[in-house]
Design a protein. Structure first.
Length: 368
């Protein structure tokens, strides 16, 4: 029976709206598998199902299971409840990692691949704080904001939820294969509705975005261009009764168009994790752990080395700085500046950017 549903993941996406008719009636799937004509099933769906290589699909799925992939078909009690109530739910999910991470209260943090340092740091900060507060963080493992959100969610084990627009064995983009491993090592989960071996294709990613939305109580858009997939995720959220949040951005920036427009249209403005947590319904709020207080953050800064505190005073959260600029601004020789940067990175306050540049994860509050 599980392979009956997972085989349907190979059905053409053009007929997905009709798949729901079959998910509640596995006997109809069996009849179509035998080649019977079923008048109650849409003709295009009947043709698509008739073309399936059922034996080949099952063999492929069994091989995936031998490699540690778990298949969650529609009828499985572990199939995420949030997916059952959307108009075109996946017939099955393929997953690696801890499956209970799919069932936890979660928020999606999404945004543009064409992200700025500011946007990446905000996404990382929000994801970290929300994860430490007890929420799962769902995103799409894409470059830019998605990557930063996943990195932030690794601050708490079991909080990272990555949804692919490819097969479970096709990490995309390739440079995030290491991030995918880190998510699994931190007891997170990676899942997809696409059969093993499915390559990246433009039509896959809007489908992935609806799963990101469906697994979440709300969606936070950090940066998004006018045609960003993050806005598709936000639209799915609105259509299915979920909350939509947006982080305000520079009005002259391409990646500010999406979130700023969402705020104009009524999305809740977000400046910190508390803005999201305060909107949680009571039954979810009771399950959360408190975020570290400002006094705890100040204590953490107070324990930094002298070099690290000097660097924290000149580094910015919205732009990166190279070693020469940091040495000039602080008067530190290069070896002491490197030691200070390492202290900041170990404290989770600083990140290294491409090109040997550095930026704060968030503004640092000085102790008094």
């Amino acid at each position: 029976m599980p392979y009956l549903f997972s085989a349907l993941t190979r059905v053409s996406t053009g007929t997905s709206i009709h798949l729901r008719d079959l998910l509640e009636e596995p006997r109809l799937i069996e009849r179509l598998r035998r080649g019977d004509r079923v008048s109650s099933v849409h003709p295009s769906l009947s043709k698509a199902v008739a073309k399936l290589d059922w034996k080949g699909c099952e063999e492929e799925d069994r091989r995936a299971e031998e490699r540690g992939v778990r298949i969650l078909p529609w009828g499985d009690p572990r199939y995420p409840e949030g997916l059952r109530h959307i108009p075109s739910p996946p017939p099955a999910l393929y997953a690696l990692g801890r499956l209970d991470a799919l069932a936890q209260p979660s928020v999606a943090v999404v945004g543009s691949r064409l992200s700025t340092v500011y946007g990446q740091n905000v996404a990382r900060m929000l994801a970290q704080d929300l994860a430490l507060a007890g929420l799962g963080i769902v995103s799409g493992l894409a470059r830019g904001i998605d990557t930063a959100a996943h990195e932030g969610s690794l601050a708490a084990p079991g909080r990272a939820v990555a949804i692919l627009g490819t097969g479970i064995d096709v990490p995309y983009p390739r440079e995030n294969e290491g991030l995918m491993r880190r998510i699994l090592e931190r007891d997170g989960v990676v899942a997809t509705e696409f059969a093993p071996g499915t390559p990246p294709a433009p039509r896959n990613f809007p489908l992935r975005n609806r799963v990101v939305s469906a697994l979440s109580w709300g969606v936070v858009v950090v940066e998004a261009t006018e045609r960003s997939g993050a806005l598709i995720t936000a639209r799915f959220a609105l259509e299915t009764g979920r909350e939509v949040f947006a982080v305000p951005h520079n009005i002259t920036s391409r990646t500010g168009v999406g979130p700023n427009t969402l705020i104009q249209k009524g999305a809740r403005l977000v400046q910190q994790a508390r803005d999201v947590l305060d909107e949680l319904p009571e039954h979810l709020r009771c399950m959360l752990q408190p975020i570290a207080s400002s006094s705890q953050e100040k204590d953490a800064v107070a324990t930094l080395s002298h070099e690290a505190r000097l660097l924290a005073g000149v580094l910015r959260a919205d732009d990166g700085a190279g070693m020469d600029a940091l040495c000039a601004a602080t008067g530190l020789p290069a070896h002491r500046a490197l030691a200070g940067l390492l202290d900041l990175q170990m404290a989770g306050l600083c990140v290294e950017l491409p090109g040997a540049r550095y930026a704060l994860n968030r503004p640092v509050k000085e102790s008094t």
